[in-house]
Design a protein around this ligand. Structure first.
Ligand code: NAD
Length: 487
């Protein structure tokens, strides 16, 4: 693969101020290059978006939906190319990459359909001869800032509802995964989305900050780390700018004494070691009632040892690398920390040998972890599971809620009352029963609470409303002067 990524500004591809190599996290191979843009490129993209947005907003929502349906067809046509590119530059194994592309297609389809459902309300007025109604207006230019771990899905789950609602966007994708963003940019143009409606500026923090600070950018949708998200949220607040942040997670999987332990352990292993633990919805804590803890730990450790790390395009591989040396260093730091805080059951090192040229951590399980230990409360973003043992359901919920994050969680039980008790008391935006913590469907809202999320939910039927303003209208069709009740 050799993809020379470029910025897309006003329908034209161009290089940035500087260029950097795009390297594979699996073996260091050069996959192409990307612009390392600064503020100038971001500002040029905002100007192009501002110019294009007015015309795009005049196009009817169903016609905008038609453009999105054309994009769906192109995504289907290029699904395998997108999945392989994603696999190579992000490191997730091919089946996971194909899954991400499939989910993206379903989401863009859903957003395209939304273009025929952008309904307001109508209401008879208190005043005779008057109708009250609401309608939705686009915001204008929106900045989208995205992470590397779902580099096809997340940009498109922001682009699709934003342009469906009549906005123009500037996407600032993660610097680690430029090639997928470049392919998305090419497909948006090929789909006939007018020039300047979708702009892409590659780079890291500088162009992202320029978008947040630009007076013509009226809203920011950000997905990434809690640290960066909180900072950008503050910058938006100072500028009275609408903001939506989806941030870190420390997701618990609760296993009660009556659970199907085999089912729970398999779901836990999938959530903990799948995608190398680099999902915001990854399972990083198993909170297990003491009656089944030994059986559970044995099963999940066996699953960890069965993981086959390797090149993500190799069919035998079940786990790819960490995204970068920096990310791997973070995972290794927490492994060392864990050895002082808890019992290491399996893993705990970097994988070497033939994998030494890539960034491969060993799938790792710690047992007898205190609920407030650092490995049980801080986001690691690697294949590291902490098992916290508890005696009661209330202790399980208290341990689960004892972190700053609140994205997703699971409970494994066959007791309906206990399941609903967890649903009601778990401090998360999403809760699963007898299912892994990972996953989300296009038509269901996705997002978290506490330090994980702020602003409107993404995906689901209301996702586009973040990108639109509801206007209230009163129409006097009776012709009489309005009297009384004029507050
Ligand atoms: P990150 O915060 O480092 O980067 C995200 C984006 O912000 C990138 O585009 C990056 O270039 C930009 N950025 C980085 N520093 C910046 C700064 N100082 N100013 C402005 N922009 C800046 O996150 P990441 O490492 O790319 O992604 C991993 C994180 O994303 C994890 O914490 C994960 O939990 C989170 N995540 C959350 C969700 C969710 O829906 N809750 C989904 C996926 C990932």
């Amino acid at each position: 693969m050799d993809i020379r990524c470029q910025n897309l500004i006003g329908g034209t591809f161009s290089d940035g101020a500087a260029t950097v190599a795009n390297l594979s996290p699996a073996d260091g191979a050069v996959l192409g290059s990307r612009p390392d843009s600064g503020r100038d490129e971001a500002n040029a993209a905002v100007a192009a978006a501002k110019q294009a947005q007015k015309g795009w907003a005049q196009i009817t929502p169903p016609a905008r939906g038609a453009a999105l349906f054309r994009l769906v067809s192109l995504l289907e046509r290029d699904a395998e190319k997108l999945a392989r590119t994603l696999s190579l530059e992000e490191g997730k194994i091919l089946p996971e990459a194909r899954g991400e592309v499939g989910k993206t297609i379903r989401y863009v389809q859903f957003a395209a359909g939304d273009c025929r459902r952008m309904t307001g309300i109508t209401h008879p007025s208190e005043v005779a001869g008057t109708l009250g109604m609401t309608m939705w207006r686009p915001l204008g230019v929106v900045g989208l800032i995205t992470p590397w771990n779902f580099p096809v899905c997340i940009p498109l789950w922001k682009i699709a509802p934003a342009i469906a609602a009549g906005n123009a966007v500037v996407l600032k994708p993660a610097p680690e995964t430029p090639a997928t963003a470049h392919l998305i940019a090419e497909l948006c143009l090929e789909a006939g989305i007018p020039e300047g409606v979708v702009n892409v500026v590659h780079g890291d923090a500088e162009p992202a900050k320029a978008l947040v600070e630009h007076p013509d950018v009226v809203a920011i949708s950000f997905t990434g780390s809690t640290e960066v998200g909180l900072m950008l949220e503050g910058m938006c607040a100072k500028r009275h700018k609408r903001v939506q942040c989806e941030l870190g997670g420390k997701n618990p999987l609760i296993v009660l004494n009556d659970a199907d332990v085999g089912l729970a352990a398999a779901a836990c292993a999938m959530g903990a070691f799948g995608s190398t633990g680099q999902r915001c919805t990854a399972t990083s804590r198993a909170i297990v009632q003491s009656g089944v803890a030994d059986e559970f730990v044995a099963a999940v450790a066996e699953a960890a040892r069965a993981v086959r790390a390797g090149h993500p395009l190799d069919e035998a591989t079940t786990m790819g690398p960490s995204i970068s040396e920096r990310q791997l260093a973070q995972v290794l730091k927490y492994m060392e920390l864990g050895k002082g805080e808890a019992d290491l059951v399996t893993g705990g090192t970097r994988l070497g040998g033939a994998l030494g040229t890539g960034f491969f951590p060993e799938p790792t399980v710690f047992d007898h972890v205190a609920a407030d230990a650092r490995i049980a409360t801080e986001e690691i973003f690697g294949p590291v599971l902490s098992v916290v043992r508890v005696d009661t359901l209330d202790q399980a919920i208290s341990a689960a809620n004892g972190v700053r994050y609140g994205l997703t969680g699971s409970v494994f039980t066959n007791n309906l009352q206990d399941a609903f008790h967890v649903i009601e008391h778990l401090e998360t935006g999403m809760t699963h029963v007898n299912n892994p913590t990972v996953g989300g469907e296009a038509h269901m809202p996705f997002g978290g609470i506490k330090d994980t999320g702020v602003g409107a939910r993404e995906m689901g039927p209301d996702a586009w409303k973040f990108y639109a303003e509801e206007k209230t209208v009163y129409i006097n069709y009776g012709g009489a002067a309005r009297k009384g009740n004029l507050f």
